[in-house]
Design a protein around this ligand. Structure first.
Ligand code: SAH
Length: 514
């Protein structure tokens, strides 16, 4: 085979006019083999396509076929990822070994490519003619001696630089505008779907690490609810096309496949998806599940429409992270007429809390710190919500549902809302905080309905509860009805964070859920 275990590349006789260049080989064994290959008449060559079972007569014909019939330009891929010889070899072997789909290859982006592993240096086919070309001819990162090309590149770089400077200037002006208008009481707008890739990088890189997925998978309340909904309703999934928005490790896609779905497409922008690809293969589900790396807002799916969208998009206090924006986008773009989104309904609730010890520890602590007054610190402490598991006995009111979302119809503007509520107090004590939590329902068209709750009265989940501490505890009596108003909106400076304004009795406090 060509690669001769040293992975050096030769110019293919048929490719890009390099036919009469005899490459330099240091090793005589290599040279002999080269001569043998050179003697072979070109027409005898039989090159297997990267994406189908067709064999073509030459490398260039194969590349033309890939472009015309599969829409993949290998040269563009080489340029896009600035592949050097090794990168190119690995890409070809990766495509052949994994038999991955076209979107799986074309949607790759970022610095860690799915074929980065050294195992892809191993040829997938013996004597693969695609590994015998000069990657430089394809516009890769190899050294180029032609001065005019360098001049052209320098001019291009200069142009890019001046465009980048202009962008930077505009960004600065925009940022100044944001700072000047950062009044949190203003109406908050914006969708995460509009965030640029670099603005959302930190969000997706946090999902790239396995630990966050381990925590979610170990949350049995969460994961078993999705599983029970899918396994308990096979009629819903039989022969359906399912889209898993934010597939992570692929767990929901696999539940859907096992429930009888004809095809499942999992999309995730974080690098965890490369593990998901291995996981799907390890479970022999690659014929049913197609995984695509990218933002749901940007990828191109191999189907026009899907019958079902599943997603685990919920954040703290339900809406933190604003991933529902992406599900709403997917629903609008891909859900077929009559299709459904699951979970199909969610609600957010509030209840009153009395926990004097927690309040002392978190708030009153600042009144006297080693004999010094630090009460001014409370202004920084109070506005930050605390995510923790509450003891159920600290809840001192009936819950009040402040919002219900129907995931099949909810629109982006409805994710920012104001609600009046009343908390029916059940104890004679002091209200030291409010607790926020959410409930999730899988019900529409289900024979076996499933729900779970993140309430302090239920088994704890990784979402815990969201606590809004009150600066001054309010005295309450059993039977009292504590009136309040809540406003929830996105933080204009970070649409993944939330700003919550609470009016309770005669108190008003703004919080940031982050
Ligand atoms: N479905 C998995 C993971 C849920 S966590 C499970 O249930 O275990 C949410 C996942 O959605 C993360 O992996 C995150 O990277 C991904 N995600 C969030 N917004 C996305 C978007 N707009 N496009 C693609 N993936 C997204």
């Amino acid at each position: 085979m060509f690669i001769y275990n040293e992975f050096c590349l030769l110019s293919s006789p048929d490719f890009g006019g390099a036919s009469d260049e005899v490459p330099e080989l240091s090793d005589s064994e290599d040279e002999e083999q080269w001569m043998e290959e050179e003697d072979e008449p070109e027409s005898k060559e039989c090159v297997l396509c990267l994406f189908c079972d067709r064999s073509l007569h030459s490398v260039s014909e194969t590349f033309r076929h890939c472009e015309a019939d599969h829409g993949v330009s290998v040269a563009d891929l080489v340029k896009k990822h600035r592949l050097d010889d090794y990168g190119y070899i690995k890409m070809i072997n990766y495509i052949r070994t994994t038999r991955c789909s076209v979107p799986c290859v074309t949607s790759c982006s970022g610095s860690v490519l799915p074929w980065s592993g050294d195992e892809y240096m191993k040829p997938a086919l013996p004597d693969d003619a695609l590994l015998q070309i000069d990657v430089e001819e394809l516009g890769g990162a190899a050294v180029c001696d032609d001065v005019s090309v360098w001049v052209q590149r320098a001019q291009q770089a200069e142009e890019n630089l001046s465009r980048a400077m202009e962008d930077l200037h505009q960004l600065k002006t925009f940022a100044q505008g944001l700072v000047l208008n950062s009044d949190v009481t203003q109406k908050c707008v914006g969708s995460v779907s509009e965030l640029r890739e670099d603005e959302d990088e930190a969000y997706f890189s946090s999902y790239g690490h396995y630990s966050i997925h381990e925590e979610m998978l170990k949350d049995k309340v969460r994961t078993e609810s999705y599983r029970d909904f899918m396994y308990g309703n096979p009629d819903l999934f039989k022969d359906k096309v399912v889209l898993d928005v934010g597939c992570g490790t692929g767990i929901l896609s696999m539940f859907a496949a096992r429930s009888g779905a004809k095809k499942v497409i999992g999309v995730d922008q974080s690098e965890i998806i490369y593990h998901a690809m291995d996981i799907v293969r390890a479970n022999h589900l690659e014929d049913t599940i197609t995984l695509i790396k990218g933002r749901i807002e940007e990828v191109e799916l191999p189907v026009e429409k899907v019958d079902i969208i599943i997603s685990e998009w919920m954040g703290y206090f339900l809406l933190f992270e604003s991933m529902l924006d992406s599900v709403i986008f997917a629903r609008g773009r891909y859900l077929a007429e009559g299709g459904s989104v699951y979970p199909d309904r969610c609600s957010i609730s509030l209840a009153a809390v009395s926990d004097a010890e927690k309040h002392r520890d978190h708030i009153a602590f600042w009144d006297d710190v080693y004999g010094f007054k630090m009460a001014c610190m409370k202004k920084a402490v109070i506005p930050e919500t605390v995510v923790e598991v509450l003891k159920p006995e600290t809840v001192i009111s009936e819950p009040s549902v402040i919002q219900t979302l129907d995931c099949n119809v909810v629109t982006l503007p409805e994710l920012e809302f104001t609600a009046d509520f009343t908390l029916k107090i059940t104890a004679n004590t002091y209200c030291t905080a409010l607790v926020g939590y959410f409930d999730v329902f899988f019900e529409q068209d289900c024979t076996n309905k499933v729900m779970f709750s993140t309430s302090p009265h239920c088994t704890k989940t990784h979402w815990k509860q969201t606590v809004f501490f009150l600066e001054k505890p309010i005295p309450v009596q059993s039977g009292d009805e504590l009136p309040g108003r809540i406003r929830v909106c996105k933080n204009r400076k970070d649409p993944r964070a939330l700003i919550v304004t609470l009016n309770l009795a005669d108190l008003k406090q703004t919080y940031c859920v982050q």
